[in-house]
Design a binder for this molecule. Structure first.
Ligand code: GDP
Length: 434
């Protein structure tokens, strides 16, 4: 999903990482690349422009230029903006009412019948409510059969009237049937057409008016990109639906529909279909989807910290000390505590320039920090500031006793620390800190 878009954004941001000094021009050029990537992913031009303009304002306002990790701060901003673009918070379907009624709308082949089954299955499995599926496609006998097959598969009853050619009446009868038989939720599958068509629109509008659903969902194939957005617009103008279901997100969709629909029709995407099986259904989470597009895993945890001015100043102080080879145990302790605060250790590795390899080979689970901290706390203030003092075996022994660790552990810490300093010195010589 969104592979190409993810890759393009990563490349754009990567360009920023390679720069010695970041300028406004660099940032602008990266953001332009991101805009192109969005447009190529089939995001509507106006939306792509709007969102990247917003990103730019934020990026320049939030001192991306001064940040130690401009690429990461930018990614964080892009993540926020894409999340906003897709609607921010996840939105649930409204299943209130007795019975609650969910009405499906969408073109033929969009995945309505499949989704009706998935939703019925989800409600039955997760909420343990009695669900009734309703077949309202009076044009294709095969459609009724298909819904029956789905119903059987998930153990949900299907209401159909094969001889009745009036879908509005069928829907009304189904709701009555649900009331008398104590169904809690009614899921109404309707007929679609291959393209937008006045008769279809009228029919769905009439069904909606007759049964007053608590939730009307517009189902659309994500693979159709901008067409999906245009169809959504047409349906929304006519039936004012409550939410969107994007199907076939398991295919190699470029992302345009997922990114644009909310902004164009101002209705939230509520579910995504990720396969043909009944279980292949997810609720739509804008934040998670943006994270997937940016392919960034837990890196966010780290970038959260990159924001505060205090943090930035501390990092700059630290860099100055590193440059002057003055990095001491107090700094080391402060870094470890920072790392702990942020929760995810590996993500922070980049914050200590040049130490990546060193720390990667060390056991850096959070629990493993406690003995290191204890050892540093057992050092005298002079020892922390003047690490050479610790080459003395008696001092090492005292620290081992004081912290409850073995002399070997103390020796290991000192060795690691010295190696780290050496690495920093080397980097200084190579001019890498600049
Ligand atoms: P309808 O005409 O709107 O009722 O669409 P169907 O439910 O019959 O779906 C059309 C085709 O798309 C069927 O072959 C489904 O198996 C397939 N389909 C539906 N949803 C998904 C999905 O999320 N992923 C994939 N890969 N296929 C889907």
């Amino acid at each position: 999903m969104f592979e190409s878009l993810s890759q393009r954004i990563e490349e754009a941001v990567h360009k920023l990482k390679g720069k010695g000094r970041i300028t406004e021009v660099n940032v602008a050029s990266t953001i332009k690349d991101i805009r192109r990537a969005l447009i190529d992913a089939d995001v509507n031009y106006k939306i792509a422009k709007q969102v990247t303009d917003d990103i730019k304002v934020e990026a320049l306002g939030r001192k991306v230029l001064k940040s130690l990790a401009p690429g990461q701060v930018l990614i964080k901003i892009v993540h926020e903006k894409l999340t906003e673009l897709m609607g921010g918070k996840p939105q649930e379907a409204n299943l209130k009412g007795s019975p609650a009624i969910v009405l499906m709308a969408g073109l033929q082949g969009s995945g309505k019948t499949t989704f009706s089954g998935k939703l019925a299955n989800l409600i039955q499995q997760k909420q343990h409510k009695k669900v009734l599926l309703v077949a309202c496609d009076v044009y294709r006998p095969a459609a009724i059969e298909q819904l029956k097959v789905v119903g059987e598969q998930i153990g949900v009853e299907v209401y159909a009237e094969p001889d009745n050619k009036n879908p509005v009446a069928i829907a009304q009868n189904a709701v009555e049937h649900a009331k008398t038989h104590h169904y809690k939720v009614v899921v109404v599958d309707t007929a679609g057409r291959l393209a937008i068509d006045e008769v279809m629109m009228l029919e769905i509008a009439q069904i909606k008016a007759a049964i007053q659903p608590s939730e009307t969902l517009f189902v659309v194939d994500a693979m159709t990109g901008q067409d999906a957005v245009n169809t959504a617009k047409a349906f929304n103008e006519r039936i004012d639906f409550d939410g969107v279901v994007l199907t076939k997100m398991d295919g190699d969709t470029r992302g345009g529909a997922a990114l644009s629909i909310r902004a164009v029709v101002d209705k939230p995407i509520k579910f995504i279909g990720t396969g043909e099986q009944m279980r292949a259904l997810d609720t739509f989470r804008p934040e998670g989807m943006a994270g997937r597009i940016l392919d960034m895993g837990d890196a966010l945890l780290l970038v959260n910290e990159a924001y505060s001015d205090e943090e930035r100043k501390a990092q700059e102080r630290l860099q100055r000390k590193m440059r002057k080879n003055q990095f001491d145990y107090n700094d080391f302790l402060a870094q470890l505590q920072n790392i702990k605060k942020m929760g995810s250790l590996k993500d922070l590795i980049g914050a200590l320039p040049g130490t990546n390899k060193l720390l990667r080979n060390t056991d850096l689970s959070n629990e493993s920090l406690t003995p290191i901290e204890a050892m540093i706390y057992s050092m005298t203030p002079q020892e922390r500031q003047k690490p050479v003092l610790l080459r003395d075996a008696n001092r090492q022994k005292r620290i081992a006793n004081g912290s409850g660790n073995s002399i070997q552990q103390v020796g290991q810490l000192i060795k690691q620390f010295e190696d780290m300093r050496k690495m920093m010195k080397k980097l200084n010589k190579g001019g890498k800190f600049k």
